[in-house]
Design a protein around this ligand. Structure first.
Ligand code: COA
Length: 370
């Protein structure tokens, strides 16, 4: 027996596809989603527009959608939430969802019920509805699981918040969540997107690709970090204690959640977008306090990581301010990663379509050393 470690490729810097869906410039800290920069999205777009852009870009259509098309797509998403509610009810899925300890497992259950043979656009819209309805249904606190009926008149972020919390959200809360969902709708060839494309490359169905993608996103190195970021902020408690807390964790060889990124060598631009969105909600004293603590912890973590790893640039990633933003709009901690999936559904579905149009079976090789 030998315990010699095997070399496993991380496919780092390997180009595995051309895509029209998003561009991540890790050195400049720039993100473009379906032809529009993150700054422009955060300033003037909606989730419906971004999802429509992604669906069109997968078919090679990069022109700006006109307002009527965006409105039609927004209504389609509303109808998809309604359809998802009926569909999950008919399948008896709601009661199975609640049996799952982990909401990401609940999402996998829900996605696995998607129809296999319907045309892609219809299933992709239904999948976005299923993600929002299933995540919200899982979190409903009462044991009888009284999942609320979606309101197709509301925007996707507004209805999602209503389905989770039960009351009408404020315009500022909706805009903050809208910024979040748009910003995470796609992000290059990340692990869950690659998983979805690998599954799509076998000509399997969209539901299977989404189940796989959700499984990949669940991991703490991908989408599972925002809950732990809040745990960390809770444990630190006050800006004055950040230095000691972080030093102890680093000395123990632990990773600081929400810091570092495989692609970005600078601060993740999504962290910046969320920080600005949070300033909209900043009038609430709890949000203000959280934001101040988060900024202090980020600065301290960045300083100590720079000392510990002078050759790397370990700065705040998307998860850091995700935690603060999603808490500020009133989402419970265990819904943070599922909410990421709600936003990313648009990108995953578009990648599955793009892979289907242009791709071929993805089948790398391994060197046998046994
Ligand atoms: N805290 C402490 N050390 C960190 C760190 C962090 N957040 N991120 C990276 N490092 C260290 C690693 O331990 C490694 O040290 P080593 O060479 O002594 O083993 C070194 O920096 C290089 O890290 P590496 O593993 O090459 O980085 P990566 O590109 O594989 O990792 C992440 C990227 C995101 C997985 C990593 O930064 C991480 O684990 N961050 C925390 C989890 C997180 O926020 N995930 C959400 C990602 S969006």
């Amino acid at each position: 027996m030998t315990d010699q470690r095997l070399s496993v490729s991380k496919l780092e810097n390997e180009i595995v596809a051309e895509t029209r869906l998003s561009m991540v410039d890790g050195e400049a800290g720039r993100l473009i989603i379906a032809g529009k920069s993150l700054d422009a999205l955060a300033e003037e777009s909606t989730y419906a527009e971004t999802a429509l852009r992604l669906a069109r870009a997968a078919r090679g259509r990069m022109e700006d959608p006109d307002p009527d098309d965006i409105e039609t797509f927004d209504r389609r998403l509303g109808q998809a939430r309604r359809d998802a509610f009926e569909h999950l009810g008919e399948q008896g899925t709601f009661s199975v969802l609640r049996l799952q300890d982990d909401p990401m497992d609940a999402l996998k259950v829900a996605m696995s019920t998607l129809p296999v043979k319907d045309e892609h656009e219809a299933t992709a819209a239904l999948a976005m509805g299923v993600a929002a309805v299933a995540a919200a249904a899982w979190s409903r606190p009462d044991a009888n699981l009284k999942a609320l009926r979606p309101d197709p008149e509301l925007s996707h972020p507004a209805d999602y918040l209503r389905l989770v919390r039960g009351g009408e959200p404020t315009a500022q809360e909706v805009r903050a969540l809208e910024t979040y969902l748009m910003s995470v709708s796609d992000h290059g060839m990340n692990a869950s997107t690659f998983t979805a494309r690998v599954i799509a490359s076998t000509e399997s169905d969209l539901g299977s690709a989404l189940v796989g993608a959700i499984g990949a996103l669940k991991g703490p190195l991908h989408g599972g970090a925002p809950g732990p970021v809040l745990d960390m902020l809770d444990a630190i408690g006050s800006p004055d204690d950040a230095e000691e807390w972080i030093a102890e964790r680093l000395a123990a060889g632990e990773r600081i959640m929400g810091m570092g990124h495989r692609v970005y060598q600078v601060r993740d631009p999504r962290a910046t977008a969320f920080e600005s969105a949070l300033s909209l909600l900043g009038q609430q004293p709890e949000t203000q306090g959280r934001l101040e603590l988060a900024r202090a912890v980020e600065a301290e973590a960045e300083r100590q990581l720079a000392e510990a790893y002078p050759d790397r640039s370990l700065q705040a990633n998307v998860e850091f301010y995700t935690a603060v933003l999603l808490e500020a709009v009133g989402l419970p901690r265990d819904l943070f990663t599922p909410t990421f999936a709600v936003g990313r559904c648009a990108g995953w579905s578009a990648h599955v379509l793009e892979q289907g149009i242009h791709g071929r079976l993805i089948r790398p090789k391994a060197t046998y050393v046994g």
